[in-house]
Design a protein around this ligand. Sequence first.
Ligand code: ATP
Ligand code: MG
Length: 340
Amino acid sequence: MNTKQNAEKPEIILTGDRATGPLHLGHYVGSLKQRVTLQSIHEQTILVADMQGLTDNAHNPKKVSSNILNIVADYLAVGIDPSKTTICLQSQLPALAELTMYYNNLVTISRLERNPTVKSEIQNKGFERSIPAGFLTYPISQAADITGFKASLVPVGDDQLPMLEQTNEIVRKVNSLAGRTVLSECRPLLSNASRLPSTDGKNKMSKSMGNAINLGATEKEISVAVKSMYTDPNHLMVEDPGKVEGNIVFTYLDAFHPDEAYINQLKEHYRRGGLGDGTTKKILEECLQDMLRPIRERRGEFLNDKAQLVDILVKGSQISREKTAEVLFNVKDIFGLNIF
Ligand code: ATP
Ligand code: MG
């Protein structure tokens, strides 16, 4: 992450999470850690995307509504500070839904169907031809979120890069319609671990796939998850040489262990042979337990005071309503619709 080059001119940062489940280790390395650093340097807003969560969960809306405050507690537990970061709720910002309606007219169905992330999500979710219209078009609503805040920098995992590409296409179309620069393009900010795999190594860790280690995971849950991790299937005896690439225990050690030199030594030892999976898993478990213990405790305390969590969202949404209404006004102007 290069935040230094931007130290002189603060960026406008918008990130968010779908309210589809509590946050997990993928979020932690993929974006939460960055957000904690960025909040002291830049103007940062975090959007709890409840409406986007409904695009594939309308049959089970409780899954979305019941996770809104969990996610706010996750933010606070990892160190996001509401006095430095505005935390708001997507459904409380009507300008974003209105912007989406205007942008809908600038994007073709075939362009939406080409989005590689949406394509693979449609496959994973088994929608076949019964794709909710809101799901296919969620990249447009995400473009409304990003442009609605005039975001210049968007910290994301790499699954979100196609969304930013689509956003910038919309920005260019809006500007070309206007004949001047009304909206600005955004840039992604990727972390070193921009796609943490699930413990079985088959997919990215994701809330919706039930393959995640949550930030609030109990000691037991962490232990079970680490013990079941995918390693090197050909590393049968301790003395056998083992493969580090694709070995999820090492992927996680790279992402979470603070001592890089020590992990490099372990990798050499594993490659040579003589280092068992039981030992590497024990090292990883200890590291994750130490890291998640204080987060879990703080998360529990924040969830004991739900009124405080609601208050943070109310205040953040109030500020955000004003910001997004201004962008909506500018976009409506292009279409000649600010007639009264
Ligand atoms: P869902 O399964 O409901 O889509 P999710 O786990 O993919 O949930 P999102 O709310 O879609 O989480 O993503 C929020 C942000 O976290 C995005 O920027 C996304 O790129 C990032 N992110 C999600 N999963 C990972 C992961 N495994 N590794 C790194 N970043 C991730
Ligand atoms: Mg996702």
